[in-house]
Design a protein around this ligand. Sequence first.
Ligand SMILES: Nc1nc2c(ncn2[C@@H]2O[C@H](COP(=O)(O)OP(=O)(O)OP(=O)(O)O)[C@@H](O)[C@H]2O)c(=O)[nH]1
Ligand SMILES: [Mg+2]
Length: 323
Amino acid sequence: MDTPRTKPSSDSDSEVSNATQNDDVIICVMGCTGTGKSLFIKLLTKDTSVKVSDSLESETSEVQLVRFVDRTSGRTVALVDTPGFDDSRKGITDTVVLKKITSFLLKQYDGKRKLNGLVYLHRITDTRFGGQSKINLRMFQNLCGPEAYKNVVVLTTFWDQISSPEVGDKREMELKDNFLNGLFGGGATFMRHNRTVERAQRVLRHVLTFVPTDIQIVKEIREEGKSLEETAAGSVHGAEVERLIAKHRQEIEKIREEMNRVKEDTASMKRDLEELRDEHMKKIAQLESERVDLKNGLEEETRNREVLPAEAEKEKSHHRQWL
Ligand SMILES: Nc1nc2c(ncn2[C@@H]2O[C@H](COP(=O)(O)OP(=O)(O)OP(=O)(O)O)[C@@H](O)[C@H]2O)c(=O)[nH]1
Ligand SMILES: [Mg+2]
């Protein structure tokens, strides 16, 4: 086993790393862009290299690991910062995000490391549970699987910006009863965060009480031999890609009809419609290439497909010996 490469620092022992060690406490931090994932990690680790967003643009686009020594428990904790699923982000598709997260998780499984917990962040100040929140939640639940919900902390953030405690209580209740009832009913813990170190540490203390687990997507790939596309998360995402392709095709159809109605003398209007149509066509081309990317899956997963049948054969011949 490698020795931990922990960088000394005056008030924290932390490092941005690309590998976990076998006795690390591993905690995945997930949720929509701007919900406070990186800030939560920064508060715990005091690592100044963790980038917290100061704009509306998505900041984190890589799976980033920050390891630090928790002085209270004496354990080394690996916090995993993840990009949210966000189809408005430039240059990186949700398929790429899914692949990056899955690839990280498979590496943990292959190294016989389980996850201690998953922290799912949601802004309590959000007045609506919008499209992006729904997509992220659906992906999270399908990656995780119901058996691992007891290892989830739903961390509602921005409590310092809520107008009154009653408003926050009511909204939290709505989340438990409605949008997040699957997680709540499955044993996830709800906790509150107000951008203070104390609250972040309270979450860590709670996660340390969990029994480490493997989550659904790695079991589907490694134990059931599924391709990325066949996993629950992969198929939900594939269906979303198909839905978007169909939606853009419908828009193009509407534009075509509109163009037929527009008279020859309104050339500028025709040009606008053509531009709009081209944008939809570009989007379809991107989604179609995303569909291929999802189908191609992961290198780690392909390797597994070769190993599984060989292992099954070995198992069979071992069994035959004893018959
Ligand atoms: N007031 C308040 N601001 C917060 C809280 N949590 C995060 N923020 C702020 O919200 C902004 C976004 O926070 P980040 O931690 O970068 O969010 P993120 O989830 O990592 O976002 P991406 O990397 O884009 O996925 C930053 O300006 C934070 O300072 C909170 O609980 N209260
Ligand atoms: Mg971030």
